[in-house]
Design a binder for this molecule. Structure first.
Ligand SMILES: [Zn+2]
Length: 208
């Protein structure tokens, strides 16, 4: 059981502060580091939140609790189930998500395959097709996964100079269905989440 040191039902000036910080009750401390899956009104995974924030949304009538953890959360007057999955009552529109350009995401895009010789390995480097020393940008269209041997061979040369070819033209990947949720997750997915994340590739997450 987790204890709230402030009653979240207390309303200040007639409204609940959604982030718990705009009034004197900011110090609601939950040791609940357990993540809560937040679903959009249409059940699409939207976000990952803390138990505290999920409870505040629920108490404010903005969300329903679909799944709970085994333990309870207590305030001074009441006990609440600790939510593990909540769903918002209103549809949140969000701007299109873009995949962040990181080494790992480049390797995932290239399926852990050297884009020059085709070897599949986890011992990869990032190669700039037009070398940075020649003004090549650090963009999705100019970075590829390369094994160490190919990266060494290409060095600071252009493709033509190095007499090398790419397996395919590099591109900006589209975010996977659960990109946002995956990116925010620091812990394994709780089993109560799985029915809302059909086809979630847990193995891919773990292998990265
Ligand atoms: Zn190679």
């Amino acid at each position: 059981m987790t204890v709230l040191d402030t009653d979240p039902l207390q309303r200040h000036n007639g409204h609940v502060a959604l982030d718990g910080s705009s009034d004197g009750s900011a110090s609601v401390s939950l040791n609940g580091h357990r993540p809560v899956l937040v679903l959009n009104q249409n059940y699409e995974p939207l976000h990952v939140a803390t138990v505290r924030r999920a409870l505040v949304l629920w108490l404010a009538g903005k969300a329903e609790i679909l799944e709970t953890y085994e333990h309870d959360v207590a305030s001074t007057h009441q006990r609440f189930p600790a939510p593990s999955v909540i769903r918002l009552f209103t549809l949140v529109k969000r701007p299109p998500v873009r995949v962040r350009l990181t080494r790992r995401e480049v390797f995932v895009r290239d399926n852990y395959t050297c884009q020059y010789c085709g070897v599949r390995t986890h011992d990869l480097t990032i190669d700039h097709v037009i070398p940075r020393s020649r003004g090549g940008p650090h963009t999705w269209e100019n970075v590829v996964s390369a094994c160490r041997a190919c990266n060494h061979r290409k060095g600071g040369k252009s493709l033509a100079e190095a007499r090398m070819q790419l397996l395919r033209q590099p591109f900006e990947p589209r975010p996977g269905r659960y990109y946002v949720v995956e990116r925010l997750l620091r812990t394994p997915v709780h089993e109560s989440w799985l029915k809302f994340l059909p086809d979630l590739d847990v193995t891919r997450r773990r292998s990265r």
